[in-house]
Design a protein around this ligand. Structure first.
Ligand code: ADP
Length: 499
């Protein structure tokens, strides 16, 4: 992943932050707006109630003060004022005569001049009023009530009861403080609820899922996501697992194909190598064949014609020459077999009769070595379209190897039809083949026999002929204890395939 896309990934908001921004923030804004509206109403009500308190207090002493004013009892007026001043809400109480002249006053501050309201109210004919005003530099709320003569109903003065304006402000601040604290506590609770809810519903499943994904990114292919959690996430995990399975299968297939290709290439190289060696061997054998038969012919003629004149020692030497020449001819024949170009002389033939004719060729050798031969297969056997001489040579080479192998007393040959064609097994009860020799067994000139006994061409010839017939051969351990050679040949080679 590029650095830029990584950076943009980091800059993207997490689901939790998105939830907070998308749900909690609008919720809080809505709550804040509602609370502001509610606060305004509460404040208005509270203010009205506080004004009503002052109004009630004023009304409570209106009558006694009027009474005392009628009778000009200033002391009683003062007493009445004193009595309301005891109340917490009251900041000051003042009485004016009908001309607005202050005649009694209690309280922290006193108005130095006649309040305008007295005139205003008098002019409008009202008998009470309330207003905010400033008395001696202090903000207050005053309620004015008219003092009337009991008998005539005429206004004889005014009663003013005041309350500090800051009382309202303090009350408002207190309400605001409480609401803010409630809002804060509510916000914290909502935040916690959203975070816990997110963790329980999504976060605890998303964490392991993204952990798995980063492990996959690092190259781990064996990991699989847990399919627990809410439906969407479990579907995501399931799809991820299916995708990983598919990738694993595809990788396995690719690996298998690569292995098959490597194997094919190796076999092709091997076949090409064998073909080159075969051509070389055939060339040498061809050149050696003629001189060897000349040497053998001369030695034979000399032995025949001059036998009387030759000493015994000379006769012995000539016999040795013939023996060695015959051995060389055998090698040359094998070389020719190995290098011979593939034949196209294929005819249908019964596999049982192929085995019989091959066994006949080695029977004498088997008897000489006291090896018993056991043949096991259907008669007539499955039919094969092959070059009879070449396939006989394959079986003879395998049989001869078996008879000659160390410690062999029993040799078993089997044939049967299988899916791949007709298969033959030649196995013995000898010492078997060393595991380290197995890979080199079919190589030309590989032999474990001592010099003069083996050429190492027998199995190479076998391999060449089997390949030529598009079959396969392999060596393995036999249940009898020795070696087992198993080969299969297709019943017929299609012309297309051959080409
Ligand atoms: P050669 O028989 O001339 O050595 P081959 O190509 O026929 O050449 O055989 C190669 C080698 O395979 C033999 O030297 C022997 O070690 C081994 N071999 C073949 N057949 C058998 C068998 N039936 N049991 C044990 N070893 C065997």
């Amino acid at each position: 992943m590029g650095r830029l896309s990584r950076l943009s990934l980091h800059l993207r908001l997490s689901l939790r932050v998105r939830l907070l921004l998308g749900i909690v923030l609008p919720l809080l804004v809505a709550v804040l707006l509602t609370m502001t509206a509610v606060l305004a109403t509460i404040e208005q009500r509270a203010e009205q109630r506080m004004q009503q308190d002052i109004e009630l207090i004023a009304h409570a002493i209106q009558l006694p003060v009027s009474y005392s004013m009628e009778r000009d009892r200033r002391g009683s007026v003062h007493q009445a004022l004193e009595s309301v001043f005891q109340l917490d809400q009251v900041y000051g109480a003042y009485v004016y005569d009908s001309d607005g002249e202050q005649i009694a006053a209690v309280g922290a501050v006193r108005p130095r001049h006649e309040p305008d309201i007295v005139q205003d109210v008098t002019l409008t004919g009202e008998d009470e009023a309330g207003q905010y005003e400033e008395i001696d530099g202090r903000d207050v709320y005053s309620h004015y009530v008219a003092l009337t003569d009991d008998a005539t109903g005429q206004i004889i003065g005014w009663l003013q009861v005041t309350r500090r304006a800051s009382d309202f402000e303090e009350h408002r601040q207190e309400v605001q403080r409480q609401m803010l604290a409630g809002l804060l506590a509510g916000t914290v609770v909502v935040l916690l609820l959203v975070m816990v809810g997110h963790h329980r519903a999504v976060g605890r499943y998303l964490g392991p899922l993204s952990g798995i994904m980063s492990r996959i990114e690092k190259g781990e292919r064996g990991v699989r996501a847990d399919v627990d959690g809410p439906r969407e996430l479990s579907m995501l995990a399931r799809s991820l697992n299916t995708m990983l399975d598919a990738i694993e299968r595809a990788e396995q297939e690719i690996q298998e194909r690569r292995n098959t290709q490597l194997e094919l290439e190796e076999r092709l190289r091997h076949s090409e190598k064998l073909a080159a060696i075969g051509r070389l061997a055939a060339g040498i054998a061809h050149e050696l064949g003629a001189p060897l038969s000349v040497v053998d012919g001369r030695a034979r003629r000399l032995l025949k014609a001059e036998s009387e004149s030759l000493s015994l020692k000379e006769q012995g030497n000539l016999k040795d020459i013939r023996h060695e020449v015959q051995r060389m001819s055998h090698i040359v024949r094998q070389l020719l077999d190995f290098g011979r170009a593939s034949s196209r002389e294929r005819r249908p033939i019964d596999s049982a009769s192929l085995v019989d004719s091959s066994v006949e060729q080695v029977r004498e050798l088997a008897e000489a070595r006291a090896v018993s031969l056991q043949l096991d297969g259907e008669r007539p056997g499955p039919t094969l379209e092959v070059d009879r001489i070449r396939i006989e040579q394959v079986l003879v080479n395998l049989l001869r190897n078996g008879i000659q192998a160390e410690g062999v007393s029993r040799l078993k040959v089997q044939w049967q039809a299988e899916d791949e064609g007709v298969c033959f097994t030649v196995e013995d009860d000898g010492r078997g083949i060393d595991p380290e020799d197995m890979p080199r067994l079919f190589e030309p000139f590989f032999t474990t026999k001592s010099v003069g006994e083996g050429t190492g061409l027998g199995l190479a010839v076998v391999h060449g002929i089997v390949n030529e017939h598009h079959g396969w051969i392999r060596a393995e351990d036999s249940e009898l204890g020795g070696a087992c050679f198993r080969l299969c040949l297709p019943v017929r080679i299609e012309r297309e395939e051959e080409r």
